[in-house]
Ligand binder design. Structure first.
Ligand code: DAH
Length: 371
């Protein structure tokens, strides 16, 4: 863009025509480069700036010495030029396209798509489930929105059991008009699917139940209000506590390595009698004692026990609504064991993860490590 004010040789038609044609060309050329907001603003200031704008300076200079009869044709032409400038500002030129690459460079590396992987929680669940599949177990699933009956009542939780407390259980709103057994809640464990399975099918049963569970727990390094469990249930004739011990000892060795030992401590769950907590020898120190096992050499990992006859009684009551003669779960004829474990805890141990929150963060830097 030139900044000098062009001289006007005379005020006759031909001279005006030529002078304005030059200016119009000047506008056209500079308007071709309006591809960015900054270029547009510079263009506007250059031409239309109120004090130093080129249009103002030229019109001042040319009008000052113009004879009276030339003022009108000059004015008309300045207006046309101004319109041209304004139009250029309204419809700026399209961005200049990058030159087209003609040749295909076959020496360049291709675009590599990173394949997706199973989330570490999912792969841990698969790993645990696979151990039981090899023992002849199948998989069952159940709903996350559960009724009080399946989540508590049929599992022999007394009405005032602390686990029913609103502290732990996330209740679904507006359930009070319903009988207590039908009230909906977010399941607090995968155990209700034991009941669903037994109501639907007669023994023998060998089943694992992976799934999401919900509790009104504050999140910290080891707790999350939503987490995952794997439940197990085996019901058949002559199932004993030895079967339970042998099965879980095998499963822990399959998961954590054959050097791992297990031990069973008396515990309490309403739906198993007797109940036990299973500890495994510390996988970090081999049992000699370290920070991870609080120097005890053992880590508590899951709950288990022999299915309580009260549970079989609840199942029978439901099954008799369909077949009044049903006797499939007569505790005189069959027995069973059950167990339940937290997936996050096992995944954290297997992969040395110290904060449960990593699993839910969606942070690629964390997830990529499992690729
Ligand atoms: N449902 C229990 C919990 O969430 C875990 C559990 C313990 C499941 C013992 C079982 C069992 O099947 O036998 O704390």
């Amino acid at each position: 863009m030139t900044d000098t004010i062009p001289t006007l040789s005379s005020y006759d038609e031909t001279a005006l025509e030529a002078a304005f044609a030059t200016l119009a060309e000047e506008v056209r050329t500079s308007a071709a480069a309006l591809t960015t907001p900054e270029a547009q603003e510079n263009f506007r200031l250059h031409w239309l700036g109120r004090k130093q704008g080129r249009l103002k300076l030229i019109s001042d200079a040319w009008l000052k010495s113009a004879p009276p009869e030339a003022r009108k044709p000059l004015g008309i032409r300045f207006n046309q030029l101004k319109q041209q400038i304004e139009q250029a500002l309204e419809a700026p030129a399209a961005p200049i396209a990058a030159p087209k690459v003609q040749a295909l460079d076959i020496t360049l590396p291709g675009v590599i798509r990173t394949p997706g992987i199973a989330h570490p929680l999912l792969s841990t669940m698969h790993e645990i489930v696979r151990v039981f599949h090899h023992l002849g177990y199948s998989t069952n699933l159940g709903p996350q929105v559960e009724s009080d009956f399946y989540n508590f009542e049929a599992l022999n939780f007394p009405q005032d059991h602390p686990a029913r407390d609103t502290q732990d259980t996330l209740q679904i709103a507006n359930q009070h008009a319903k009988p207590s057994r039908d009230r909906l809640l977010m399941r607090t464990h995968t155990s209700p699917v034991q009941i669903r399975t037994m109501i639907a099918q007669a023994p023998p049963i060998r089943i694992v139940i992976p799934g999401k569970v919900h509790r009104n727990d504050a999140a910290d390094a080891t707790h999350s209000p939503i987490f995952h469990q794997i439940e197990g249930l085996c019901v058949d004739t002559n199932i004993t506590f030895s079967d339970l011990k042998g099965t879980l000892d095998h499963a822990m060795k399959a998961l954590f390595g054959s050097a791992v030992k297990t031990r069973f401590f008396p515990s309490f769950f309403p739906f198993t009698e007797p109940s036990a907590d299973v500890q495994i020898s510390c996988i970090f120190c081999g049992g000699s004692g370290c920070r991870k096992c609080k120097h005890s050499g053992w880590i508590e990992l899951l709950g288990c026990g022999m299915v309580d006859p009260h549970v079989f009684a609840s199942v029978t009551e439901e099954r008799r609504k369909i077949d009044p003669a049903d006797d499939a779960y007569n505790p005189e004829k069959i027995t069973g064991f059950a167990f339940g474990m937290g997936v996050e805890r096992i995944a954290m141990m297997l992969h040395g993860v110290s904060d449960i929150g990593h699993f839910y963060s969606g942070d690629m830097r964390f997830l990529e490590q499992f690729a």
